[in-house]
Design a binder for this molecule. Sequence first.
Ligand SMILES: Nc1nc2c(ncn2[C@@H]2O[C@H](COP(=O)(O)OP(=O)(O)O)[C@@H](O)[C@H]2O)c(=O)[nH]1
Ligand SMILES: [Mg+2]
Length: 192
Amino acid sequence: MIIKNSFYKLTAVNLKDLPKDGLPEVAFAGRSNVGKSSFINSISNNNHLARVSKTPGKTITLNYYLINNEFYFVDMPGYGYAKRGMESLEFFNTKTDVYLKERKELKLVLLLVDSRQITEDDKLMNNYLKEMGINYLVIATKLDKLKRNEIKPRFSAIVNELELESDKLLFYSSLTKEGKEAILSKFDELIN
Ligand SMILES: Nc1nc2c(ncn2[C@@H]2O[C@H](COP(=O)(O)OP(=O)(O)O)[C@@H](O)[C@H]2O)c(=O)[nH]1
Ligand SMILES: [Mg+2]
């Protein structure tokens, strides 16, 4: 797949505001600051698409971006911005939870984790997606922060920590775009 065009579509505060055109959706989950917005911009060659934040925010909206007029990227609220452990529970009780469970157009979730470190919140989110039977892939972000000889051991460590099939984990750098082809070919499988 080549991403030829990408447009901001809408921001949904309530589930009744979601698009009704039936296009497939790829949603992004991950803690605040893991690189969700950067990923969306980088993979679609559009640096003005999603807003990259310097300080983690408490976004509670679903942001829709139309890709190739064929499907949507859905940027979901980040988790884990507070120091206490409660925000994860909060997350599961919000509209995002209903969205993940009930949205028929949702074909794939990309769970973004930092390639250097898996957090307890990441594990919760991973278990949640697994238990709900949601089709998801894990994208380990900020690959450019790893030394070359760290990549293989980090791959194994993440596969073990999250108990994943190894074809469900992909590395990516929004800076260098390393890993892009493998991810785009997963989107091809999804759309066809
Ligand atoms: N080095 C590096 N920095 C990144 C990468 N992706 C995101 N960042 C930085 O991480 C911070 C948070 O990124 P952002 O996309 O706003 O994360 P979000 O909160 O998950 O949407 C920003 O300072 C980005 O520039 C990456 O692949 N490599
Ligand atoms: Mg963001």
